[in-house]
Design a binder for this molecule. Structure first.
Ligand code: FPP
Length: 248
C-alpha cells in the first residue's frame, strides 16, 4: 500500500522527507484579481478565503507542520473603512464556518499579532476557534492578524525590558534565543519557505526576524487563483534549493 501523503505520489516528484516544516505565505493580489474581473475588492477577498480553505487542507495532506498566513497587517487599517469592516466580517464568518472543517482535518488554529487591537467580536470568534481546535495534532495554522514584524519586535523588546526592570534578566543574558522566545512565534520553528503571490518582490513587514534563512518563492499568480498545484510547485522549487545557512 502506498503510504505517501496525498499529493506526494502519482507522478509528482516531491520528496516526502524534505517537505518544509513551516511555510509562510504573503497572500497578495485579491484586489487586482477582482479588478481584472470588474468586481469589488471585497469579492477578491471572498475568493481569497476559498484559496485559504484549499491551501490549508493541501498543506496538512502534504505533511507541512506549520502554515502561517498573513491575513491582516498593522498597515491594513489604512484601507478604506468599508474594506476594513468587510475584511473583519469575512474573518469572523470564516472562523465560524471553518471550525468544523479544521477539526475534520485535524488542524490546530493559532493567531499571532496585536490581537487585542482587533474588534471584540472578531477576538471572540478567534478565541472560540482556537480553543475548539487546540487539541488537534496535525497542521498548525497560524493566522497573522493585526500583525507587523516591527511591532512584534517592539513588543518583544518591551517584554524583555520589563523582565530586566524586575531584575529577572541582565543585558548579558539576552541572546538570540531570548529574543526568539519573546516573539509571538515563541516555540514555533522559523519558516523554511516564504511564498508571496502576485509577483511583488517585497517582504512587507512579515516575520522579519523569523525569515532570516527562509527560501523565497514568488509567483505572479494572484492569491484567489493560488491552489494546490501552485503550492506543490512552490514545494518543488524549495526542494531544488541548496540551503547553506551562511556556511559553504
Ligand atoms: C492582499 O490582497 C490580501 C489581504 C489584505 C489579506 C488577505 C485576506 C484574505 C485572503 C481574505 C480572507 C482572509 C481570511 C483570514 C478569511 P490585496 O487586497 O492587497 O490585493 P492587491 O494588492 O491586488 O490590491
Amino acid at each position: 500500500m502506498n503510504r505517501a501523503p496525498k499529493g506526494l505520489s502519482g507522478g509528482s516528484s516531491l520528496d516526502p522527507a524534505r517537505v518544509p516544516a513551516h511555510v509562510a505565505i504573503i497572500m497578495d493580489g485579491n484586489g487586482r484579481w477582482a479588478c481584472a474581473r470588474g468586481l469589488s475588492r471585497i469579492r477578491g477577498h471572498l475568493a481569497g478565503a476559498e484559496s485559504i480553505r484549499e491551501i490549508v487542507r493541501a498543506a496538512g495532506e502534504l505533511g507541512i507542520g506549520y502554515l502561517t498566513l498573513y491575513a491582516f497587517s498593522v498597515e491594513n487599517w489604512k484601507r478604506p473603512k468599508r474594506e476594513v469592516s468587510s475584511l473583519m466580517a469575512l474573518l469572523k464568518r470564516f472562523l465560524a464556518r471553518e471550525e468544523a472543517e479544521l477539526n475534520r482535518n485535524n488542524v490546530r488554529l493559532r493567531a499571532i499579532g496585536r490581537i487585542a487591537g482587533l474588534p471584540s467580536d472578531v477576538q471572540g470568534a478567534l478565541r472560540k476557534a482556537c480553543a475548539a481546535t487546540a487539541s488537534n495534532t496535525g497542521l498548525t495554522l497560524i493566522l497573522a492578524l493585526n500583525y507587523g514584524g516591527r511591532s512584534e519586535i517592539v513588543d518583544a523588546v518591551r517584554q524583555l525590558c520589563a523582565r530586566a526592570a524586575r531584575g529577572e534578566l541582565t543585558a548579558e543574558e539576552v541572546g538570540e534565543e531570548t529574543v526568539a522566545g519573546s516573539l509571538y512565534t515563541a516555540g514555533i520553528p522559523d519558516p523554511d519557505l516564504l511564498i508571496r503571490t502576485s509577483g511583488e518582490m517585497r517582504v512587507s513587514n512579515f516575520l522579519l526576524w523569523q525569515i532570516s534563512y527562509a527560501e523565497m518563492h514568488v509567483t505572479p499568480v494572484y492569491w484567489p487563483d493560488f491552489r494546490r498545484p501552485h503550492l506543490v510547485r512552490a514545494l518543488l522549487d524549495y526542494q531544488r534549493r541548496e540551503r547553506r545557512f551562511g556556511g559553504v
